[in-house]
Write a protein that binds this ligand. Structure first.
Ligand SMILES: C[S@@+](CC[C@H](N)C(=O)[O-])C[C@H]1O[C@@H](n2cnc3c(N)ncnc32)[C@H](O)[C@@H]1O
Length: 232
């Protein structure tokens, strides 16, 4: 059984961004959420039941507007996808894109990913976790709000199946160093691929909205694929 200490309040890696829902996003949340949305709850999800089939499950944390997530789900109909995002307009946008793409292999949660992973995602149930362009929290006093921390790696490793991967991309050089340090100090992952590029050579993912934003500002991109270490 998975348990969590109800008194332990984890640090939030997000601030809810302002942003009004467009009428079509509002409509999507009303009409499409009942099919594609999953409620946050203290109970574990039965992922085979959620998708009404047995297939590898890929989870994306902080999918933003969801375009990359929908494209990946569309291109990989043999896999099941779960997206977690707290930004309501982004969730509305993702629902619209998923509906347009006609995909049935995607479910969304609109809640803090740390809490969802802790309470709802079963151990060893995921083949892959994607974390694309997490908030960099550049000020030193905010570094503790970065999602990539020792406890986060343990949380992810526990939910990945054997040889499962954690894929992280960032356009923030100093966050890339932080990721290298934290992953380097963990015995839960080994680095299988690491690439620094100018947006032309992502590992195996479509470009994201925040990536395009970073590239416009002249940032470089760091992509890493970390595999769950055996016997851990
Ligand atoms: C910088 S944006 C990147 C969005 C998208 N991945 C992209 O590359 O375009 C980071 C996103 O992560 C979301 N986020 C951060 N921490 C989160 C958490 N703990 N749970 C769910 N979403 C989170 C934020 O709301 C935000 O939309």
């Amino acid at each position: 059984m998975q348990t969590q200490d109800p008194h332990r309040r984890s640090i939030r890696s997000f601030v809810k961004r302002a942003g009004r829902l467009t009428p079509s996003q509002r409509k999507a949340l009303e009409e499409l959420w009942p099919t594609m949305g999953l409620r946050h709850s203290p109970d574990l999800l039965d992922l085979d039941e959620v998708f009404a089939r047995v297939a590898p499950v890929v989870l994306e944390i902080g999918f933003g507007n969801g375009e990359t997530l929908v494209q990946q789900a569309f291109e990989n109909p043999d896999k099941n996808y779960i997206g977690i995002e707290v930004h309501k307009p982004g969730v509305g946008h993702c629902l619209l894109k998923a509906h347009d793409a006609g995909i049935g292999n995607l479910r969304l949660l609109m809640h803090d990913a740390i809490e969802v992973l802790n309470s709802q995602i079963p151990l060893e149930s995921l083949t892959r976790v994607n974390l694309y362009f997490p908030d960099p929290w550049p000020k030193k006093r905010h570094h503790k709000r970065r999602i990539v921390q020792h406890d986060f790696l343990n949380l992810i490793a526990d939910r990945l199946s054997t040889n499962g991967s954690l894929n992280i991309a960032t356009d923030w050089a100093e966050y890339a160093e932080h990721i290298d340090d934290v992953v380097g100090q963990s015995n839960r992952f080994t680095c299988s691929e690491r690439r620094e590029h100018d947006g032309e050579q992502p590992l195996d993912r479509p470009r994201t909205k925040f990536e395009r934003r970073g590239l416009k500002k002249g940032h470089r991109i760091w992509d890493g694929c970390f595999i769950k270490a055996p016997n851990n």
